[in-house]
Design a protein around this ligand. Structure first.
Ligand code: PEP
Ligand code: MG
Length: 882
């Protein structure tokens, strides 16, 4: 098979459709070349080769050598230069490029092809010996770090010494001779460290770099990134070898990064940064402070340094044309890297740009209105999980703030937590339940785990495209970057700014939308749900088939869920009402009662409270179905814990403390999750379910009398057999009849069951004869199908995900092959008996986008999710239907 694909110089062996094979970067370079954009010629070594390389014990077969030679040939012909030639040498860059971009995760080598001879050739053809020697020393430094594995500090140190010796501060103050001497010093370092000289053979250089790029796929930081982003390890990376173009050839040269629209707000304006006389990595690394692309952006920021629009107007004009062309071609916002070499524009990369949820939303809606995409495409463009960011609170504008610094608004949302100054501490403290703000001078890929653990990220250095900004936006973490006035001292674990000192553990608030950094905790307000957000939800609702309900039991949650668009309640966990501080005593009395009479007496006290809860919920959910689940957890969960509580309960229940303790001991269970819980409580203590049922129907009649009749659905938990459901259903129906007779009015209602045990799924056919609906309780169904305790899984599940045993945590994203098969089977068998059977899901999976896609496929009628996940579920349900 073929491993090398050329692009540029009038050739394109690949294109947009080849992302799996060529990686995102390679496919886009080929695509850009094919639509006539100026792309430096090069070739891509496919991801297949990466797999091959690892299968072959990290060696290259002979076929690949011939193909790479052909690829090099293509670049030589297109550039009219020779690789390793002393006269007019070809230099190349070697970059990784996986299917999806993994910013900063993998390695790059620039200026490859320089050696002691070719550097002279470059000096002659460029007419700029300083530039040639600077390129050579950069190359040795990068290659030694990435390919030879030498400590990059050794070279930094030599550079610092060279400057000190000359008495200068800036790299640019070193002249050609200084740099020539520095190159010699660098080569000495390599030889000292490795016992062999720096490779002079350009082909050896190339293979070393290709091997290093493949090797970086398995680096620790790449593995962590893949795990966090659910990227399979077997995808591999492609390698792009491309002719170098130089942004550091004087004042008509530049390098920059740009977005075709603002990646933070989505505003339709070119957005980016550039540096005159600089090489690619300088912008991204956040070392020099980049300048604005457009005049408008510069003016808005009140900056002095000329924008590209002002400094290089012609090239800017061409760039703007390219931006428009790319947006129309890709029909999406693009993230672009470019270089200007002596006035000529070169495109180095384009890809669909990462953006905040806010920007994703605005861009999708705007593009649909501009006619670039359809409404349905707009619905597909927004990642449901990212909507979370929009639903996050922002700072209360009326709250007092003590602003101590201002940086760039790199990723929106407000975050508050204790300051920590390194990633490991961030992870550790977050693990202990602290909310943390990770404060760094700048971040690097080694900090990823800490950024993930943090509520927000604050850096002193780096622009909007710095590592911290890009990664934080991707993760949905609020971030303020480049707050240059912060003096951060890692050793002292403290920062100082304008006379204020913030030590590790002190509370900070950051506002990723304004860039403000505040001392202490600042109150927040709930987000605005109208505007673009409302429009997207409207478009989503037009196409979705699945209904979306909520899991809620407090009036507050019910109202929030309604505001987010919930179409009823899919799970009201009545036990949460039992935990109420005032009621817990009656609950405990009920549990401790020696006999039915005692239990009934205590239950009678609970009845009015339950009834008024239901009245409130029915009123909030007017016109929508409300699924109320009868008591589920094991009784001992309600019992007292400490000595104080024992004394209090003993007093209230009028029993001795010893007697109480004995009763608690009797209730002890070894496996409470598989013990006396769910409908087993209703079977053994029918009076509990009878009271709850009475409360439901009394409330329903009360509400119906004053207006619209509610739609109660009574749900029985943890059913394993038809007989259990039959017994409890009789109890429910009998209670309903009694209440309706007493109150002189009847209400339509449904009785159904949760399917959360494998036996119930298997016997769904007969269980459906007793049920009007099934609701899949996938938390328990996952626990019981996998035999994995939902409360203890955390200890080993990460290892399972790391080893690829599960692609995702099965408690988060449904195990389609196992639990999913039971759901499909139960749906089929249930509807086989009762064609009109209503089917829903109320486990946590009901708010998980990929599980929702599964539910669509399984033909369920609704999903039920916690209030804040309602918009996510509406969008995910729409995407699943498209
Ligand atoms: C379930 O098991 O999926 C469920 C919704 O019930 P609970 O989480 O209350 O056990
Ligand atoms: Mg359950």
């Amino acid at each position: 098979s073929r491993y090398v694909y050329r692009f540029g110089g009038g050739v394109s062996d690949g294109g947009n459709g080849d992302k799996n094979l060529l990686g995102g970067k390679g496919a886009n370079l080929a695509e850009m070349a094919s639509i006539g954009l100026p792309v430096p010629p090069g070739f891509t070594i496919s991801t297949d080769m990466c797999a091959h390389y690892y299968e072959n014990g990290q060696k290259f077969g002979s076929g690949i050598v011939d193909e790479v030679t052909m690829g090099l040939n293509h670049i030589e012909v297109a550039t009219q230069r020779g690789f390793g030639h002393t006269e007019d040498p070809l230099l190349v860059s070697v970059r990784s490029g996986a299917r999806v971009s993994m910013p900063g995760m993998m390695d790059t080598v620039l200026n490859l092809g320089l050696n002691d001879q070719t550097v002279e050739g470059l000096a002659a053809t460029s007419g700029d010996p300083r530039f040639a020697w600077d390129s050579y020393r950069r190359f040795i430094q990068m290659y030694s770090d990435v390919v030879l594995g030498l400590d990059h500090g050794l070279f930094e140190e030599a550079l610092e010494i060279a400057k000190e010796d000359k008495g200068v501060h800036l790299d640019t103050e070193l002249d050609a001779d200084d740099l020539k001497a520095l190159v010699q010093r660098y080569k000495d370092i390599v030889e000292q460290e490795l016992g062999r000289p720096f490779p002079q053979d350009v082909h050896e250089q190339l293979w070393g770099a290709v091997g290093a790029v493949f090797g970086s796929w398995q680096s620790e930081r790449a593995k962590v990134y893949r795990r966090l982003n659910h990227i399979p390890g077997d995808w591999g990376t492609a390698v792009n070898v491309q002719a170098m173009v130089f942004g550091n050839m004087g004042d008509t040269s530049a390098t920059g990064v740009a977005f075709t629209r603002d990646p933070a707000t989505g505003e339709r304006a070119f957005y980016g940064e550039y540096l005159i006389n600089a090489q690619g990595e300088d912008v991204v690394a956040g070392i020099r402070t980049p300048q604005y692309l457009t005049k408008a952006a510069r003016e808005r920021a009140g900056a002095k340094a000329a924008s590209m629009e002002e400094a290089l107007p012609e090239v800017y004009g061409e760039l703007a044309r390219v931006f428009d062309l790319l947006e129309t071609h890709y029909r999406d916002m693009q993230d672009i890297e470019f270089t200007v070499e002596r006035g000529k524009l070169w495109m180095l990369q384009t890809r669909s740009g990462k953006r905040t949820a806010k920007a994703a939303l605005k861009i999708a809606i705007d593009m649909a209105r501009e006619g670039l995409i359809s409404e349905e495409e707009a619905v597909l463009r927004v990642d449901p999980a990212a909507l979370d960011q929009l639903l996050h609170p922002t700072l209360d504008p009326k709250a007092e703030r003590r602003v101590i610094a201002k940086g760039l608004p790199a990723s929106p949302g407000a975050a508050c937590g204790i300051a920590v100054f390194d990633a490991d501490t961030a992870e550790r403290r977050a693990g202990q339940g602290d909310k943390v703000i990770l404060v760094r001078i700048e971040t690097s890929p080694e900090d990823i785990h800490g950024m993930h653990a943090a509520e927000g990220i604050l850096t002193a250095r780096g622009g909007m495209t710095s590592h911290a900004a890009v990664v934080a936006r991707g993760m949905g973490r609020p971030c303020v970057s480049g707050a240059g006035t912060l003096a951060i001292d890692y050793k002292a674990k403290a920062l100082r700014v304008g006379g204020v000192e913030v030590k590790e553990g002190d509370t900070l608030t950051i506002d990723g939308a304004s860039g403000e950094v505040m001392l202490g905790a600042v109150p927040t307000v709930q987000p605005e749900l109208a505007g673009d957000f409302g429009t997207l939800m409207e478009w989503a609702d037009k196409v979705r088939r699945l209904k979306v309900r909520t899991n809620a039991e407090t009036p507050n949650d019910c109202r929030t869920a309604r505001e987010f668009g919930a179409e009823g309640i899919g799970l009201c966990r009545t036990e949460h009402m039992f935990f109420d501080a005032e009621r817990i005593t009656a609950v405990r009395q009920m549990i401790l009662a020696e006999n039915e009479t005692g239990r009934r007496a205590a239950l009678a006290k609970l009845l009015p409270a339950q009834r008024s809860n239901f009245v409130e919920i029915f009123e909030i959910m007017k016109g929508f179905p409300v699924t109320i689940r009868l008591l589920d957890p094991p009784l001992h969960e309600f019992l007292p814990h400490g000595e104080d509580e024992y004394a209090e309960v003993a007093r209230a229940a009028n029993v001795g403390v010893e007697q109480l303790k004995q009763r608690v001991a009797e209730l002890h269970e070894f496996n409470p999750m598989l013990g006396h819980r769910g409908c087993r409580l209703g079977i053994t203590y029918p009076e509990i379910y009878e009271m709850q049922t009475r409360a439901i129907f009394e409330a329903a009649v009360e509400v119906a009398k004053s207006g619209e009749a509610p739609l109660p659905e009574v749900m029985v938990p943890l059913v394993a057999t038809r007989a259990e459901l039959a017994i409890i259903r009789q109890l429910i129906d009998a209670t309903a009849r009694k209440v309706f007779e007493e109150l002189g009015r009847s209400i339509d209602y449904l009785v159904g069951t949760m399917i959360e045990l494998p036996r119930a799924a298997l016997r769904a056919g007969e269980i459906a004869e007793e049920a009007q609906f099934f609701s899949f309780g996938t938390n328990d169904l996952t626990q019981t199908t996998l035999g994995v305790s939902r409360d203890d899984a955390a200890r080993f599940l990460t290892a399972y995900v790391e080893k690829g045993i599960f692609a995702r945590d099965p408690f988060v994203s449904i195990d389609e092959d196992g639990v999913g098969e039971l759901i499909r089977l139960a749906a089929e068998r249930g509807r086989g008996t009762a064609p009109g059977l209503k089917l829903g899901i109320c486990g946590e999976h009901g708010g998980d986008p990929s599980s929702i896609a599964f539910c669509e496929g399984a033909g369920l009628d609704y999903v039920s999710a916690s209030p804040y996940r309602i918009p996510i579920a509406r969008l995910a349900a729409a995407q699943a239907a498209l």
